[in-house]
Design a protein around this ligand. Structure first.
Ligand code: IMP
Length: 178
């Protein structure tokens, strides 16, 4: 099977506008004097996270940390049991944490990750996703900030990949299987 790029679902301008709105909402909810630790899930969310935090006010206490996880399962479905490849550099105990993920699909990976991070006793833990494929949800995940709800079709770009390809695209596009 081979893949080719399909039409644009979200243009760079649309993404950029929404990222600005989300950053403002997060800053507003959080309060500038209360610091947050923004936890990005590698690799996909790194692209979204770096744009998101740069839209936050300069006087807000924003820390950034990354985690790399993979869920056990076959290639197309995740089991939700996550294995940590790269853990956070700093403790999140007593901190206000914002988990940033590129896309929530079945919700299994994120729900397991939330459980794992809650076990480290943060003061609060919120979840921010760029994309939500809500039709595919298998388990409930409490998403606090969502960029866009999208239909159940595979997408790439702006950090999202298909077998490692197309993360670098500025727009988010559909993938066509041939
Ligand atoms: P789930 O919510 O546990 O099913 O898995 C979410 C993960 O699946 C995301 O972090 C992505 O890596 C991947 N994923 C799901 N849908 C897409 C897509 O349309 N494009 C690229 N990656 C996807």
């Amino acid at each position: 099977m081979s893949y080719r790029l399909g039409e644009v679902i979200l243009s760079r301008e649309t993404i950029s506008r929404r990222v600005k709105e989300m950053a403002a909402e997060i800053a507003n909810d959080n309060g500038r004097d209360k610091g947050i630790v923004v936890v990005g899930i590698l690799t996909g969310a790194a692209f979204f996270l770096t744009d998101l935090v740069r839209e936050m006010p300069e006087d807000m206490d924003v820390r950034v940390d990354f985690m790399s996880v993979a869920s056990y399962g076959d290639n197309t479905t995740s089991s939700g049991v996550v294995r940590i490849f790269h853990d956070l550099k700093s403790s999140i105990e007593g901190k206000n944490v914002l988990v940033v993920e590129d896309i929530v699909d079945s919700g299994l990976t994120l729900s397991h990750l939330i459980e794992l991070l809650n076990g480290r006793h943060p003061a609060s833990l919120k979840v921010c996703v760029l994309l939500d494929k809500y039709e595919r949800r298998k388990t409930e995940v409490n998403v606090d900030y969502c960029g866009f709800r999208i239909p159940d079709k595979f997408v790439v770009g702006y950090g999202l990949d298909c077998a490692g390809m197309w993360r670098h695209l500025k727009d988010i596009k559909y993938v066509i299987e041939e």
